[in-house]
Design a protein around this ligand. Structure first.
Ligand code: FAD
Ligand code: MG
Length: 342
């Protein structure tokens, strides 16, 4: 988290920078910003003379957070949905949010409940984001058992009633789209890139989710690093990719607090109410869809390598697991893109 803030501080000072101006062919426009509590890095190859595309993507992400997905901002649809919990008349969702929820519910069923976006009350109770960011006073403490049971009772996608675009949520239930927000962002960015015929290639990262698009002017592959959970300043391996892909990683090193030598991280097992403990430290998913790469990375982290691998396969995605002992286990399809770091 500290790393994010240091990078973020540097990024805020950086406006869009363009490299290779004046040479023939596409130029590289680079920019860095923050949104959704994370760092956004854009590298866009464009034949346009300006850096409007990067600015448009920045605005798109800001709107997605402020108007649609944030559960922290009272300007967003998710905030309004959460405020409606327990109301008899329910909440009339936008098309976009109802489609997202349908897809989340399907994944909840397919993951046998491991992936569950109704865990907002548990996420708030643990507040790992707050601890990891140093926003909470004093030393990290475990939630009280009674509070944990109460929060657990308020969770469960099976208690949601989604009828067309009308949603009924029981009192106390809170949606949290933290597991899919960055992936949804990648899908929106991809549509924007596809509409812009001045863009020939791009690699854009939204925290732990990365989109590759088009090609580099020199024809070389996109190279996306996979963080080594045991040493987050280094990569455990690299994916070499051509064209459009979405790559998301969920890790126990992203946001966590420690107590008595135990790491409590931000990915919660809805069965226990505690941070998931399936023997993995990181999961990377490769998919054409941002939503799926992000959602599956979280789901597979909770399920562990065996069940996670078959869930990813069901969705046509490739999966790579870094286990707690540092071993790397991956699907057969992932092998052709992966190279271990030296
Ligand atoms: P992922 O594995 O992709 O997701 C982990 C997150 O999913 C958890 O943090 C939790 O939110 C949720 N989750 C946990 N367990 C489960 C489960 N079993 N099933 C489904 N979901 C689960 N962070 C800030 O610090 N400040 C902000 O202002 C802020 N604003 C945000 C706004 C938006 C729109 C989004 C999408 C995220 C924001 N975040 C913010 C970050 C957020 O709180 C998460 O920490 C982040 O999304 C985790 O992403 P990840 O890729 O590391 O992990
Ligand atoms: Mg995720």
């Amino acid at each position: 988290m500290k790393r994010i803030f240091v990078i973020a501080a540097l990024c805020c000072m950086a406006a869009a920078v363009c490299c290779g101006c004046g040479s023939a062919g596409p130029r590289l426009v680079q920019s860095a910003d923050t949104a959704m509590g994370t760092v956004i890095q854009q590298n866009i190859y464009t034949t346009a003379a300006d850096s409007k595309a990067a600015e448009e993507i920045r605005v798109l992400l800001q709107r997605l957070e402020e108007q649609e997905l944030s559960r922290r901002l009272d300007t967003s649809e998710v905030w309004a949905v959460n405020a409606s919990a327990g109301e008899e008349e329910g909440f009339l969702l936008s098309e976009e949010l109802s489609e997202t929820l349908e897809a989340c519910l399907e994944l909840w069923r397919e993951s046998e409940g491991a992936f569950d976006v109704t865990i907002g009350a548990l996420v708030s109770l643990w507040d790992i984001d707050g601890w990891a960011a140093g926003e909470r006073e004093g030393a990290f403490d475990l939630p009280e058992e009674e509070a944990l049971q109460k929060a657990l009772e308020s969770c469960g996608s099976g208690k949601l009633e989604l009828d067309g675009t009308t949603l009924h949520m029981p009192e106390g239930m809170q949606l949290d789209l933290g597991a899919v927000g960055k992936g949804i962002a990648l899908d929106r960015i991809l549509s924007r890139l596809e509409e812009n015929d001045t863009i020939t290639g791009a690699v854009i990262s939204v925290g732990g989710s990365v989109l590759t698009y088009g090609e580099k002017p020199d024809g070389s592959s996109w190279r996306v690093g996979i963080t080594n959970p045991a040493d987050t300043s280094a990569n455990i391996g690299i994916l070499s990719l051509e064209g459009q892909w979405c790559i998301s990683t969920s890790g126990d090193y992203e946001r966590y607090a420690e107590l008595d030598g135990v790491r409590y991280h931000h990915i919660i097992d809805p069965d226990t109410g505690y941070p998931a403990d399936s023997g993995v430290s990181g999961v990377t998913i490769l998919s054409k869809s941002g939503f799926l790469s992000d959602a599956l990375s979280t789901a597979c982290f909770i399920l562990g390598p065996e069940k996670g691998m078959s869930l990813a396969a069901e969705y046509g995605a490739e999966a790579l697991f870094v286990t707690k002992d540092g071993s790397v286990v991956m699907s057969e399809g992932m092998e052709k893109y992966y190279q271990a770091a030296e």
